[in-house]
Design a protein around this ligand. Structure first.
Ligand code: PSU
Ligand code: MN
Length: 328
């Protein structure tokens, strides 16, 4: 583990997760904002269990992360998941909010940013979600850029996602990831996915064909030690499972107009849009959202297994220190 964990009155690691980490078994972190603020109740309860099952199908142990009564939980039991999914007042916590909410003994769901930070704290290196936060359209005026990006720049966790929604400025998000030195890998694709759409219309800088290659990127970057940024692994919905483009474009236009009309800003933007999509797509946005999250969880499970195996192999080959090798 990278750091000693904070004391158990602040952070509790679920027993199964603790044992998996100690034994070098793959573990996948899962965020709770997607459950509390991204999916409607009661579907979120069922989907939460399916996401964990998908991680297990990939061969790894799931660790859903949330703050409950001021304590960070790395890995949740069914009752705790139910709580995150059911409490209508549960807060959305980015990294800056976690310490405040913990001090005030509150509960909250973690975003990509805070889940990544807490996963790293616990020694978890792979994380599955639906969509990454990013640069919002009009960010040059509003300065609305998700903290997800800045946190990934300094947190060595691989995030499996289906790209970002086209409610965001996709080109601006990719430029920002480049500026922040966060590598972006397409999983069996050259196109950066657009969440509901398989292709956002923008290219990815790198492409990998297998979970083993994605894991090798993590392990090799670790061994090189050039920086401590995370990695984005972009996993698109298959083209025949994406949302109909006409419906998609209509929802985005209507959703953005709604935000304007309602004066929604800050951390309420993404949840409000998701709610609008789910209420106005005749079930299509939910269907696609669930499918892509499950696919990401499965892939993350496979990558986590490979990261664990390759780490063990590279440690036994090179001993305690890393051996410089010839060539570039
Ligand atoms: N994108 C989605 N679904 C989500 C989110 C993003 O398609 O549920 C959530 C994630 O938790 C992400 C957060 O970390 O929203 C980003 O919020 P903000 O833009 O306020 O940083
Ligand atoms: Mn924002």
């Amino acid at each position: 583990m990278p750091h000693a964990l904070p004391s158990p009155d602040l952070v509790v690691v679920h027993e199964e997760v603790r044992e998996a980490l100690a034994a070098g078994v793959g573990v996948v972190a899962l965020e709770s904002t997607i459950l509390a603020h991204g999916l409607p109740h009661p579907d979120n309860v069922t989907v939460a269990a399916q996401i964990e099952d998908a991680v297990r199908a990939g061969g790894a142990v799931p660790a859903t992360i949330a703050l409950l009564d001021g304590v960070v939980h790395i890995g949740l039991g069914a009752r705790e998941v139910e709580r995150v999914c059911t409490d209508p007042d549960i807060a959305k916590l980015s990294v800056r909010d976690v310490g405040v909410a913990a001090a005030l003994r509150l509960s909250g769901a973690t975003t990509v940013a805070s889940t990544s930070a807490l996963a790293h704290l616990a020694g978890i290196r792979v994380f599955a979600t639906g969509g990454l936060g990013g640069v919002h359209r009009g960010a040059s005026e509003t300065f609305d850029v998700s903290a997800d990006l800045g946190v990934l720049a300094s947190t060595p966790v691989l995030v499996v996602c289906a790209g970002v929604k086209s409610i965001l400025d996709v080109a601006g998000t990719l430029e920002t990831l480049e500026t922040l030195s966060v590598p972006v890998l397409g999983f069996r694709t050259d196109a950066f996915p657009g969440f509901y759409l398989s292709d956002s219309g923008h290219e990815v800088p790198w492409r990998v064909e297998t979970a083993a290659d994605a894991a090798r990127v993590v392990v090799t970057r670790d061994r090189l030690g050039t920086d401590a940024a995370g990695v984005v692994l972009a996993n698109p919905l298959p083209a025949d499972r994406q949302v109909d483009r006409e419906l998609h474009d209509r929802l985005v236009t209507e959703g953005l107009a709604l935000l304007e009309r309602e004066g929604v800003h800050g951390k309420d933007v993404t949840p409000r849009l998701l709610e609008y999509f789910h209420d106005h797509s005749g079930g299509e946005s939910l269907r696609a959202n669930v499918e892509l999250v499950l696919a990401n969880a499965r892939l993350a499970g496979e990558v986590a297994v490979e990261v664990a195996a390759q780490t063990a192999a590279s440690t036994s080959e090179t001993g305690a220190g890393s051996t410089p090798s010839a060539g570039a």
